[in-house]
Design a binder for this molecule. Structure first.
Ligand SMILES: Cc1cc2nc3c(=O)[nH]c(=O)nc-3n(C[C@H](O)[C@H](O)[C@H](O)COP(=O)(O)OP(=O)(O)OC[C@H]3O[C@@H](n4cnc5c(N)ncnc54)[C@H](O)[C@@H]3O)c2cc1C
Length: 446
C-alpha cells in the first residue's frame, strides 16, 4: 500500500500518450522498498507502457567529492542490476539531475519523482514541475511520516514533534508490495553512462578528488541490509545502554545508507519491530531524524546560524568578546592538530572511516564552537569538515545537528564563558562517563 499522503501532484499537465512512465530517481537511490518506484510501476501498468528509471550523475553536486561519489556509485551499480532483473531500464545521463529529468520527460507519459528536503533538491523538482509538458507526481519514501503530515510548521524540539509523529507512525509503517511492471523497458533505445564498475565510472567523471574513497563502508542496499541484520541480531537489545560509548560500535551505521536513499526508513523500522531495543532506536531513526527534516523543510535558513532561536543568538553575542584560551585555524582542525587527544581522535575517525561516533560528534562540534573566534565561523567550519569527510554529510540530519551544537532544539543551560547559555561539553565528562582512552586507541589502529 502507498499512503495517499506520500503522493503529491507537482504539475497537473496532461498524462501523454508516449513511450514510457519515467521514474526520475534522485534521493531514493534503491530498487527495493521504494514508494516512488512502486508508484511509477503501477502507473506504467495502468497506462500499458514500460517503466524507465532515469538518473542525472552530476559531477558538480553541491559539496560532493570522490568519497561520496564512490559510495553512491557502489550503490547505483547494485540498483541498476536489480532494476534490470525486474525488466526496468536504468538510464544515466552525466548532467545535472533536473536537466536529465527534463530530457527524459520529453519521451515520457508522466514523470514520477522522489522527494528531497534540501534547497537545491527542491529547486530541481520545482523546475521539472514548471517545465515538463506532462504530469509530474512526487512520492515521499525517505521518511516514515510525510513531512507535512508530521507537522505544518517548524517544530521547537523533539518533545513537540514526538507526540505528533507517534500519532501517525502506525498508519505509515506498512509493507510495500513490489508489483510489475508488466512490460519490459530493456529494449527501448537510450544512450546511458555505464555504472557497472564503480571504479571505472568514478575515473570517468570529473569530480573533486581531494578526499579519497573509504573502504570502511561499502555502498549499496544489500550491504545496508546486511549491516542492519547484524545490528538487530547482535546489538539492538543493548542499544539504549551502549550506543553512547565511543569505543564501542553499538550503533546501526545506517546513516550513510539513509543519506543516499539506499535503504528506506520504513523498511528499517519494520525490521526492528518487536525486538528489545526497538523504542530507543526508533526515537533516533524517526523522532530525531524527522525533527531534522522538519527543520530543513520549514526553516529557509537551515544552513546558517540565523536559524537559531533568539535566546541562543543573544547569549552567543553577549559572549562574543570573551577570551578564547584555545583557537585553531581550519587547517589545524582539519589536520587534527589541537591540544586535545579526544578531539583529534574524533576528527581522525571521520577522516579515516567516513563517519564519526555520535557522542564524539557532539563533543567535536561543541569544541569547534569553543575554539573558534566567532560562532558564524564555527558553524561554517563544522559544516565544511563534516560534509567534506562524512559519508552521511550534506543531509538534513547534518544541518539539524550543526544547529543543535549552537542551541537549536535544546534549552538554555548554566551560563559559561564563550558559549554563554548554550550547552557545553567537557573532556572530563568524556573521561568520567566512558573508556575514552580505548576510543583513542581504536582510532589509532584504523
Ligand atoms: C555535530 C554533529 C554532526 C552530525 N552530522 C550528521 C550527518 O552529517 N549525517 C547524519 O546522518 N547524522 C549526523 N549527526 C547525527 C548522528 O551523529 C548520526 O545520525 C549517527 O551518528 C549516525 O550513525 P548510526 O546510523 O550508526 O546511528 P544509530 O545510533 O544507529 O541511529 C540510527 C539512525 O537514527 C538517526 N539518528 C541518530 N542520531 C541522530 C541525531 N542526533 N539526529 C538525527 N538523527 C539521528 C540517523 O538516521 C541514524 O542513522 C550529527 C550529529 C552531530 C552532533
Amino acid at each position: 500500500m502507498i499512503h495517499d499522503r506520500r503522493v503529491q501532484t507537482l504539475s497537473e499537465a496532461p498524462v501523454r500518450e508516449r513511450e514510457f512512465v519515467l521514474y526520475w530517481m534522485q534521493a531514493s537511490q534503491r530498487a527495493r522498498f521504494n514508494h516512488a518506484l512502486e508508484y511509477a510501476a503501477r502507473k506504467a501498468d495502468a497506462l500499458k507502457v514500460p517503466l524507465v528509471v532515469g538518473f542525472g550523475l552530476f559531477a558538480d553536486y553541491p559539496e560532493a567529492n570522490a568519497r561520496h561519489f564512490a559510495f553512491m556509485l557502489q550503490g547505483l551499480a547494485e540498483t541498476a542490476a536489480t532494476l534490470r532483473e525486474r525488466g526496468i531500464n536504468f538510464v544515466v545521463r552525466k548532467s545535472a539531475p533536473d536537466d536529465a529529468a527534463l530530457e527524459f520527460s520529453r519521451r515520457a507519459c508522466m514523470v514520477v519523482c522522489d522527494r528531497g528536503y534540501m534547497r537545491h533538491q527542491r529547486r530541481w523538482r520545482e523546475r521539472i514541475a514548471a517545465e515538463a509538458d506532462c504530469r509530474v507526481v512526487q512520492v515521499e519514501s525517505d521518511v516514515v511520516v510525510p513531512v507535512e503530515v508530521a507537522s505544518d510548521k517548524e517544530e521547537y524540539a523533539a518533545r513537540t514533534i514526538r507526540p505528533k509523529l507517534h500519532r501517525e507512525i502506525d498508519s505509515y509503517l506498512v509493507d510495500l508490495e513490489e508489483t510489475g511492471p508488466e512490460r519490459d523497458s530493456l529494449d527501448l533505445r537510450f544512450n546511458s553512462a555505464d555504472l557497472g564498475d564503480w571504479r571505472a565510472a568514478l575515473d570517468r567523471i570529473d569530480v573533486d578528488r581531494s578526499v579519497a574513497p573509504v573502504e570502511h563502508y561499502v555502498g549499496g542496499t544489500s550491504e545496508a541490509e546486511r549491516l542492519l541484520d547484524e545490528f538487530i541480531d547482535e546489538r539492538l537489545a543493548d542499544y539504549d545502554e551502549r550506543r553512547n560509548e565511543p569505543a564501542d560500535e553499538w550503533v546501526s551505521h545506517m546513516s550513510p545508507y539513509l543519506h543516499f536513499g539506499q535503504i528506506a526508513p520504513v523498511y528499517i523500522a519494520s525490521q526492528v519491530a518487536g525486538h528489545k531495543g526497538e523504542e530507543a532506536y526508533l526515537e533516533e531513526l524517526i523522532v530525531r531524524r524527522e525533527l531534522a527534516i522538519n527543520f530543513c523543510y520549514y526553516n529557509e535558513r537551515y544552513d546558517s546560524i540565523e536559524a537559531l532561536p533568539d535566546w541562543a543568538l543573544t547569549t552567543l553575542a553577549e559572549h562574543a568578546r570573551d577570551e578564547r584560551p584555545h583557537q585553531y585555524s581550519a587547517v589545524e582542525f582539519e589536520g587534527a592538530q589541537t591540544h586535545d587527544p579526544y578531539w583529534n581522535a574524533a576528527q581522525m575517525e571521520m577522516v579515516l572511516t567516513g563517519k564519526m561516533h555520535n557522542y564524539m560528534r557532539m563533543y567535536w562540534g561543541k569544541k569547534i564552537l569553543e575554539w573558534t573566534g566567532d560562532p558564524g565561523d564555527a558553524h561554517a567550519l563544522i559544516a565544511w569538515l563534516n560534509n567534506r569527510y562524512s559519508l552521511d554529510g550534506r543531509d538534513p540530519v547534518s544541518w539539524g545537528n550543526f544547529a543543535w551544537i549552537f542551541g537549536k532544539h535544546d534549552r538554555p543551560w548554566q551560563e559559561r564563558e564563550i558559549v554563554g547559555k548554550v550547552r557545553w561539553m567537557s573532556a572530563s565528562g568524556l573521561e568520567r562517563k566512558f573508556d575514552i582512552d580505548a576510543y583513542v586507541e581504536k582510532v589509532r589502529r584504523q
